[in-house]
Design a binder for this molecule. Structure first.
Ligand code: G16
Ligand code: MG
Length: 215
């Protein structure tokens, strides 16, 4: 039986993945190349600086100094935060609030496991911070997904062993991170990148169907 559930943020709890893509795309446009939806899959769940390295590679931009990289990453984050400025509760993905409440009623402990440094701010802004027993985000970890550190830290904070934790993810890097520490993972979304997940749903609205048999 599953005793703990760890939710990814972007693309699972809130619909911010589209803003990450739009912000990276704007940066790529300025750098003179096109960032496709397919290539954007590689950035999901990956930290800001590592995402930038992937972007620069896609654009064939070499010999970028550390200082320029820092400025470019800052710029992308500025675009991202601007796009979030009129984000409201309608950005919470379908069924998530109800699902978390029902899991808690069944005694399941809930954590957030996100690579984003803005996770706390986003949850606060949407008024859903209290849904989570523990929050682990990009400010708390050294190694980004696919390294399992974010999920390991969350499980430790919840006080639940890894094999009794379920991860919900929308990114390939996140599925890999869950598996790297022996956790099961539900992949959410239509992407082929999720084929390695133990369970798969197209939309967050379908997650409760899977949990009925697991918790
Ligand atoms: C998210 C996104 C990634 C993003 C990363 C860092 O992770 O999926 O695309 O690059 O956070 O975000 P920030 O630049 O806000 O620190 P997750 O794990 O919530 O999907
Ligand atoms: Mg995600």
């Amino acid at each position: 039986k599953i005793r703990g559930c760890i939710f990814d943020l972007d693309g699972v709890v809130v619909d911010t993945a589209k803003y990450h893509y739009a912000a990276w795309k704007k940066l790529a446009d300025e750098l003179g190349f096109y960032l496709s939806i397919e290539e954007n899959e590689k950035l999901k769940g990956v930290s800001r600086m590592e995402s930038l390295d992937i972007i620069l590679k896609i654009g064939g931009i070499e010999n970028c100094s550390q200082e320029r990289k820092r400025l470019l990453a800052e710029k992308k984050n500025m675009y991202y935060l601007e796009m979030l400025s009129d984000m409201g509760p309608s950005e919470i993905l379908p069924g998530i609030v109800e699902l978390i409440k029902s899991l808690k009623m069944k005694g399941c402990r809930i954590a957030l496991g996100s690579a984003s440094k803005s996770a706390g701010m986003i949850l606060k802004r949407l008024g859903i911070e209290e849904l989570f027993d523990e929050i682990v985000d990009g400010n708390d970890i050294k190694h980004a997904k696919p390294h399992p550190e974010v999920f390991q830290t969350a499980a430790k904070k919840l006080g639940i062993s890894y094999e009794k934790c379920m991860v919900v993810e929308d990114a390939k890097a996140g599925v890999e991170a869950a598996h790297a520490c022996g956790m099961c993972c539900i992949g959410v979304g239509s992407s082929e990148a999720l084929s390695a997940a133990d369970f798969h749903v197209e939309s967050t609205a379908e997650l409760s169907n899977i949990f009925t048999v697991l918790v």
